[in-house]
Design a protein around this ligand. Structure first.
Ligand code: NAP
Ligand code: F7E
Length: 344
């Protein structure tokens, strides 16, 4: 039985990856940050009481700011594969918290790589590492972007991901470590954080339809993104680590749509016209914007045989349908006298 350690297991991707690996028979371990409120909602359905039987999912408290803790977790878990998905992953927030973003996204990756390097030396193991890179690293570079496209980061988040990418590549070359950089374009799902634009839109569609919200405030509607389904993308992460040699791969659908096109589809799903509800609020503009991301996934398709299963229309419908259900439950609670406040 293989053992995987996932940093960032409580996030959107971490939850899908944990499900996917558990389904393939892995023993899955995850690093969870201590928080004052529960942050395991996305993985609660996978969790079994560790006192009752041999658990397939084991959680460990840790943080990418704490290198000693990471080393201890590695020594305890003795993983075959490590997936580094942990990050302050919000681009707009990274302009407000640049040092913190750099500490976790760039230096945090370095801490984890150092811990794996030393663990490999001490235990004579060869742990395989996946590093979660991002299409944001391409930033202002013209589409379509492939592995050969030079990086041009446009935010503290993106610059930190570029640093992490090069740390990973350097550790592969310097120490012969098996490390893959996945350069993933935007991927969404019903589990997407509620402040990312797709989920913010689908949450609003559900709440507007059920009379819980009147307006949706957004920023730049002209930005174009290559949006795929997160459940498809975590499979590519695992496939990279099963290949015979470590390499870097762009993962994308190859299609791009604007935020406005997403709005048309999402509101159209429930028979509404987005223009009746959306207002522009400059607070959501970014000091430097990434205008157009469209990936070229030829390499991951031909080398690893990966391809996306969920289309753009299916993705929008899946997210809207789930958020309609969520809003209906919220409506029921509101009507019964309970109020639930959600800020997106
Ligand atoms: P996400 O939902 O924001 O999840 C991020 C995860 O990192 C969460 O589990 C979070 O824990 C954890 N985390 C944050 N700060 C941490 C710290 N200091 N120490 C340890 N863990 C920490 O992000 P995602 O969408 O799943 O993305 C996964 C990874 O892929 C991220 O690295 C992201 O930057 C990258 N990426 C995402 C996309 C995309 O479109 N989704 C595309 C390209 C790359 P809490 O739950 O406690 O907050
Ligand atoms: O913005 C525009 C915004 O925050 C998409 C992260 O997972 O993918 C994600 O980063 C676009 C931008 O995602 C609002 O200006 C308009 O052009 O959903 P987003 P992102 O910045 O592309 C990459 C690949 C990652 O690696 C990141 O971790 O939508 N936009 N109005 C808005 N965006 C937000 N969030 N909120 C708005 O109101």
């Amino acid at each position: 039985m293989k053992r995987a350690l996932i940093a960032g297991i409580t996030g959107q991707d971490g939850s899908y990856l944990a499900e996917f690996l558990a389904g393939k028979g892995y023993e899955v371990h995850g690093i969870v940050r201590r928080a004052s409120s529960f942050n395991t909602g996305r993985i609660d359905h996978l969790y079994q009481d560790p006192h009752e039987n041999k658990p397939r999912l084991v959680l460990h408290y840790g943080d990418l700011s704490d290198g000693t803790g990471l080393r201890r977790i590695l020594e305890n878990v003795r993983p075959d594969e490590v997936y580094n998905l942990a990050a302050q992953s919000h681009v707009k927030v990274s302009f407000e918290a640049p040092e913190y973003t750099a500490d976790i996204v760039a230096s945090g990756t370095l801490r984890l790589l150092e811990a794996v390097r030393d663990y490999n030396d001490i235990s004579k193991a060869s742990v395989r590492v996946y590093q979660a890179g991002s299409s944001e690293m391409f930033g202002a570079a013209s589409p379509p972007q492939s592995e050969a496209t030079p990086f041009y980061p446009r935010s503290p988040y993106a610059a930190s991901k570029v640093a992490a990418h090069w740390y990973a590549l350097n550790y592969r070359e310097a120490y012969g470590m098996f490390i893959c950089n996945g350069i993933l374009f935007n991927h969404e799902s019903p589990r997407r954080g509620e402040t990312f634009v797709t989920r913010k839109i689908t949450r609003a569609v559900g709440r507007i339809k059920h009379g819980l919200q009147e307006k949706l405030f957004l920023g730049n509607l002209d930005a174009k993104r290559d949006w795929g389904f997160a459940g498809d993308y975590v499979e590519a992460m695992c496939m990279m680590l099963q290949h015979d040699k470590p390499d870097d791969y762009v993962v994308a659908t190859g299609e791009a749509y604007s935020v406005q096109e997403f709005l048309v589809k999402a509101f159209g799903r429930v028979g509404l016209n987005w223009q009746d509800y959306v207002e522009i609020d400059p607070r959501y503009f970014r000091p430097t914007e990434v205008d157009f991301l469209q990936g070229d996934p030829t390499k991951v398709m031909t080398t690893l045989g990966w391809k996306p299963r969920v289309s753009f229309d299916e993705l929008v419908n899946m997210m809207v349908d789930q958020d309609l259900d969520l809003a209906l439950r919220e409506r029921t609670l509101t009507d019964a006298g309970f109020r639930r406040h959600i800020h997106s």
